[in-house]
Design a protein around this ligand. Structure first.
Ligand SMILES: *[C@@H]1O[C@H](CO)[C@@H](O)[C@H](O)[C@H]1NC(C)=O
Ligand SMILES: *[C@@H]1O[C@H](CO)[C@@H](O)[C@H](O)[C@H]1NC(C)=O
Ligand SMILES: *[C@@H]1O[C@H](CO)[C@@H](O)[C@H](O)[C@H]1NC(C)=O
Length: 500
């Protein structure tokens, strides 16, 4: 009996303790759950700056150091930027402009090289783009951009070097802002690294067709990759190159300081020689202003950054009659800045094409230089020809600069608009963002940007267009074919005269 009494008393005591214990336990449990959830967000959320993403395996680079603050700071930033920002911002600041279907056909004509859009999309013109076909491209994509109802979603697969992802996505967001309500629903696989991937020789009606549709910044005549304007049009923070319209204006202004005739009568190149580029390696051999008429300078970005980029200002590099363009690891964003100088551009037999390089016509707006058999001799030939025919050489430089002026940001957006529009017509499915994709809006992207990036992004903000996009020339593969033939003929004629 005594035993049972004691039992009773202890059970009353433990029951009275049970309640606070449960509360305490639940509290701990929920705190742990929140910490666990937050931790899960922080270790699983992929971001536009590269959190939780490995570098692309097909083009490795050192991973970024994103741990500026404490773990708590990183967590709150990711939650704030990725999960809370777009919901709040809701596109309210985008005024509805109404570019009617009537005025859409009343715009100016697009530059004629825009017709390459049809060329680049031709592989899918009959077979269309299926979901399976798109998923094939995912294997070599760094991210996937899905636009539905004017909202942009991104599924991140790999990190890209420097700020390429951020500035490329920003470009898409500005396009949506520039032409509200006009961008169709699309699903795009994008690789942000340099080298084209979709090798033409691996695809054909007998082997595998169609090829995977993969967007990137450049292509070659041996690839099916689809070229799209690169990040530098919105600014290249790491090299202090401004958004394109600003940079062009400054270069043009700089170019007006010295007339062509008064410029140094030699060919100039300045850039990074450590990029595994056979052309740039060869070019260093030609560094002799008397013997080859060329001055080749090494750019050291690390030193330039320390010195505030004073030495690398592009606007101050228009002091030479001739400016050399040499491809890097693949295409180089420097092309547009070089051609903007109004100097005669000497372009060394390029293999890669970006969207705008198709506007270049040899002896009209640039002078072609050959890598083989002897690059230095080819440069010397061009310089001697130009110095003997100054009016003609100056004209080439002037038309190059005019072409770059014509390709203002307005036209860059038009190119994006038409490419996306034509591409969207080929999709045989209705785009919808995969569950792993996140909505990205201007505010969420700005939320991740550091001070300098923010400055560049804000300066490259588009505003809604009051006029319709330019009118895309119709598909005509014969025009492109004869353009290529004519170009090859001019180049080979020059090579012949070099050897005489
Ligand atoms: C746009 O214009 C069309 C035709 O002119 C008209 O029917 C439509 O209501 C307009 N939409 C807006 C948002 O103003
Ligand atoms: C494409 O692949 C073929 C065979 O695999 C190869 O010989 C060729 O060099 C590749 N072409 C390009 C442009 O990479
Ligand atoms: C080319 O020559 C100039 C002057 O002779 C020199 O300052 C420069 O470093 C040389 N460039 C390279 C890439 O070696």
């Amino acid at each position: 009996m005594g035993v049972s009494l004691r039992n009773h008393a202890s059970s009353v005591r433990s029951r009275s303790l049970l309640f606070p214990a449960t509360v305490l336990f639940s509290l701990c449990f929920f705190t742990a759950l929140i910490i666990f959830k937050v931790d899960e967000f922080v270790t699983n959320t992929k971001t536009v700056v590269g959190h939780n993403l490995d570098p692309t395996p097909w083009h490795p680079f050192p991973p970024k150091d994103l741990n500026g603050g404490s773990r708590y700071d990183t967590a709150s930033k990711i939650i704030q930027c990725s999960y809370l920002t777009c919901r709040r911002s809701k596109n309210i600041d985008v005024p509805e402009r109404n570019i009617s279907s009537q005025s859409i056909n009343s715009g100016p004509k697009c530059p004629s090289f825009f017709r390459w859009i049809h060329h680049d999309l031709q592989p899918w013109s009959k077979s269309k783009i299926s979901m399976d076909n798109l998923m094939e491209a995912q294997k070599s994509a760094a991210f996937r951009v899905v636009i539905v109802g004017g909202k942009l979603f991104v599924d991140f697969y790999y990190d890209c070097v420097q700020g390429r992802t951020m500035f490329t996505i920003w470009g898409f967001l500005q396009l949506l802002k520039r032409y509200p309500g006009m961008i169709p629903d699309v699903d795009i696989m994008f690789d942000c690294m340099d080298k084209p991937f979709v090798n033409r020789s691996e695809y054909g009606p007998e082997t595998k067709w169609p090829p995977p549709p993969l967007f990137r910044y450049c292509t070659t005549s041996g690839h099916f990759d689809i070229p799209f304007p690169d990040w530098s049009f919105w600014g290249w923070v790491e090299t202090n190159i401004q958004p394109w319209d600003d940079e062009f204006r400054d270069i043009k202004q700089g170019s007006q300081a010295v007339s062509w005739e008064k410029r140094l009568p030699r060919a100039y190149w300045k850039g990074n020689v450590d990029v595994l580029s056979p052309v740039r390696t060869e070019l260093q051999r030609c560094n002799h202003s008397r013997k080859w008429g060329a001055q080749i300078m090494r750019q050291n970005w690390f030193e330039e950054a320390k010195a505030g980029y004073e030495q690398s200002k592009l606007a101050n590099q228009c002091k030479y009659r001739y400016k050399i363009y040499a491809e890097g690891y693949a295409w180089s964003v420097s092309l547009k800045y070089i051609v903007s100088c109004g100097s005669t551009s000497l372009i060394i037999s390029p293999q890669y094409e970006d969207f705008l390089s198709r506007g270049l016509v040899p002896t009209q707006n640039y002078w072609p230089v050959s890598l083989s058999p002897d690059l230095c001799r080819s440069i010397k030939f061009a310089v001697d020809w130009g110095n003997a025919n100054p009016a003609l050489a100056e004209g080439i430089g002037k038309r190059g600069q005019d072409l770059m002026e014509q390709i203002s940001m307005d036209r860059v957006y038009d190119y994006m608009y038409h490419l996306i529009k034509e591409y969207s017509k080929l999709q045989d499915f209705k785009p919808s963002p995969p569950s792993s994709a996140q909505e990205v809006c201007m505010d969420s992207l700005l939320c991740f940007a550091d001070t300098k990036q923010k400055d560049f992004l804000q300066r490259s903000t588009a505003s809604p267009s009051s006029s319709p996009p330019c009118i895309l020339p119709p598909a005509n593969m014969d025009v492109i074919k004869s353009f290529i033939e004519k170009k090859n003929r001019i180049i080979s004629d020059i090579q012949k005269s070099e050897n005489n």
